[in-house]
Structures are given as C-alpha cells and as structure tokens.
Design a protein around this ligand. Sequence first.
Ligand code: UDP
Ligand code: MG
Length: 335
Amino acid sequence: MNTSEKLGNRLFIVVPCYKEQEVLPETAKRLKEKMGTLIGSGKIAGDSHVLFVNDGSSDNTWEIISKLHEEDPLFWGISLSRNRGHQNALLAGLMTAKDYADMTVSMDADLQDDMDAVDAMVDKYLEGYDIVYGVRSSRATDSFFKRFTAEAYYKVIKKLGADIVYNHADFRLMSRRALEGLAEFKEVNLFLRGIVPQIGYPSAIVTYERHERFAGESKYPLSKMLSLAFEGITSFSVKPIRFVYRTGAVIAFVAVIFLLYCLIVKLTGHSVSGWSSLMGSIWLLGGIQLFCIGIIGEYIGKIYMESKQRPRYIIQEYLVDAPEEPSGGTECSTK
Ligand code: UDP
Ligand code: MG
C-alpha cells in the first residue's frame, strides 16, 4: 500500500486529443461537472486539473483547448509538435502531469470511457492502491468485428506471455509513484497496457460500461489497430522469434527425410523427373524463409529504434502553471 502518511489528492485527468473538435466542447463540459462534484465532495484537491494533450491535430482542437484554458483555469493543455499517436500523446500528458499531480486518470476524448468510474477509481486510490485499471464490463457497443478481434487478441497476447489486463484499454488511474515508475521505462516502442503492469505496486480494478463514441470518427482505423496489436506482441514477447527456430528445426528435419526418400528412389532406379515437387519445395522454403527473416527483422528494427534513443515526443506549447522545479521539458531535445 501507499505510504502511511496522509495521501495527497490532487487529481489530473489526462486526455489525448487528435482531431477531436466535434467532441471537445462536450467532453470539457462533462469533465468540468465531474471535477466540480469530486472537488465538492472533498475527495480530490481544489487545485486539480484537466490536462488536454493535442496530438498534432490539423483541425481546431488546439484552438478549442486554448480557449477553454483562457476561460477556466481548470483546463490545462500541452500541444505536441506533430502527430505522434495515442500512446505517445498519453505518455506526454502523464509525464507532464507527474510534476504536479498526486494521481492521474487517463481517458479518451470521445466520452467512451464512463466518467462516473473516476469516483470509484479515486476511492480505490484513497484506499491505498497505486494503479486502478478501468475494465470494460462488456463489449456490447462494439461491432462484431472489433469485439471478435479484440477478444482473440487478448487471448493470443496472454498466451505469448505478455502480462496485460483483460478488456482494459488506457482508462486508468495512476499514483505519482507509479508515474515515476513509468518514467523509468525508456523504451521507444510504447505499449502502455503492457508496461503498466510491469511497474508493480498494489493495483485494483474498476469495471465500467463503455459507451459509443459521442461524436466524430474513431482515430483508430484497422491499420492503426493492427499496428498497435503487432507492437504489443513484438514489444513484450520473444515467443515469435522462438517460433522461428522451431519452424526452422522442423523444416530441416522434414528436408532430411525427403532427401533420404529421394536417395532411395534414385538408388532403386525409379528416378522420375520431379520438376513440380522441386519447384514446390523451392517456393515453399523460400516463402517460409522470407517470413522468418521478416520476424527477425522486426526485432532488429526494434533494437535499432531503441538504440537511437529518440525522444518519444516534443512538446511545442504549454498552457500550464510553471512547475516548482522546471522538469516538464525533459523529453524535449534542445539541440
Ligand atoms: N488519439 C491521439 N492520437 C492519435 C489517435 C488517437 O491522441 O493519433 C486519441 C483520440 O483523440 C482519443 C484516443 O486517442 O482521445 C482514442 O482514440 P479513438 O477514440 O479514436 O480510438 P477507439 O476508441 O476508436 O479505439
Ligand atoms: Mg474512442
């Protein structure tokens, strides 16, 4: 559990936004109500904030955030220098909030995550849990395709050995010390759902109903979904690479038997012009080899990216109060 001294209760809700101009005004309104009741009930501190992260949107998202900040000090914002994707935007928000907050809750801008679950998350935090995962109670609002692929994916990634929470996306509460733990993970290939359970500390689960997107379209088309899924597997599991060794071994074994067979056929004088089987095996082996090299290449690509130690995001603008000690720009390359 957390330290025995009284827990700080300054909450930051971190919301990554990519081209969310349709939903932002409504999201801000509802967040303001939620923060109002939480502050009123004394569960969270009066100087709690909502931190919007503009992930290089090409629409009016940043203008809306700036206006919200001007009108109400509850709203803070940071704007990334370009689109870096949901996971990096979320990390930028969490790492910025870390310097101010006692706890953060991350949620999507589209009102799919149930805001009322935040109360239960804060309760869990006050009981002493450092990480509270928002877990969907059902996938009834998903299309059949999304539900099927998502559930299959959770099962596959679990089998491959990555420790992730079933039906949990990125709606979660993290305490300051959990965020400090997260800051120690320097990897460039970010899959927060996989990293957070690795931090450790006491954790709890809060279940919630996931709603339909309030407005606008999903910013996760199939291609992005597949790349996140692939990222999840190759960032957290070495099993695919072991699969390569095993397939190689099995193929080599089969090839030896095949060669023996050919030898026997030849020696007994039944040699036939096995053009089709020859061509077939060349193609088959060529294909399998390419596939295996592809998987190995994926890992080498990852090593390459990690060895570069590139910044994962660069913040261009801040709409926040100055931190006590300047640390918000640590990820920013000044060269
Ligand atoms: N998002 C982002 N950068 C991106 C794509 C998405 O910051 O490149 C944000 C988006 O604004 C939303 C959240 O990530 O707040 C989840 O995206 P979305 O709702 O489109 O995904 P879905 O719920 O359909 O999986
Ligand atoms: Mg969504």
